[in-house]
Design a protein around this ligand. Structure first.
Ligand SMILES: [Zn+2]
Length: 161
């Protein structure tokens, strides 16, 4: 079995889209054995498989997902619209916001306690607390503003404002 025959087999059986199963077991074994001993073919086949994989996944997105999103859109056009979980387009979901908020609080807390706080406070006096307080205040305030701003619809619905 020479190189061109092996490659012909690979190209032939992969032509019928995604049905590698249809390749006879004998051919699979032949190709497998050949690639063990022939580095050249192994590389060619690998490159070919990678290209095919990219072509399949990146250039033609799987239709079920598109179908689902279309169906969801149709469903949400009617009265179901209010029941669709509210999410900021291209932004964070409510869960994402809560996680982000926790991360901010934790990172502020750890930077607060992680510093040799007592020592710095002793050396610099109360003036150290001021910039830290301002920074923490700004971060938390802007977080709240962004959160409320992006969830205004949800919040007004939930609390009947
Ligand atoms: Zn070869």
């Amino acid at each position: 079995m020479n190189c061109s025959k092996i490659l012909d087999m690979v190209y032939h059986y992969s032509d019928n889209d995604g049905t590698e199963d249809s390749m006879p077991m004998l051919s699979q074994i032949q190709i497998c054995l050949h690639t063990i001993f022939c580095r050249d073919c192994a590389e060619k086949i690998e490159r070919y498989e990678t290209a095919r994989h990219i072509m399949r996944n990146d250039f033609s997105p799987p239709s079920p997902r598109l179908e689902d999103s279309v169906m969801l859109k149709i469903a949400s056009d009617g009265e179901l619209q209010e029941n669709v979980p509210y999410a900021v387009p291209g932004g964070l979901s409510t869960r994402g916001w809560i996680i982000a908020g926790l991360i901010i609080v934790i990172s502020l807390g750890t930077s607060f306690f992680g510093l040799d706080f007592q020592k710095i406070a002793d050396e610099t006096g109360i003036s150290f607390l001021l910039p830290f307080g301002i920074t923490a205040g700004i971060v938390l305030t802007s977080y709240c503003v962004f959160f409320i701003g992006s969830h205004i619809k949800e919040l007004t619905e939930r609390f009947g404002l």
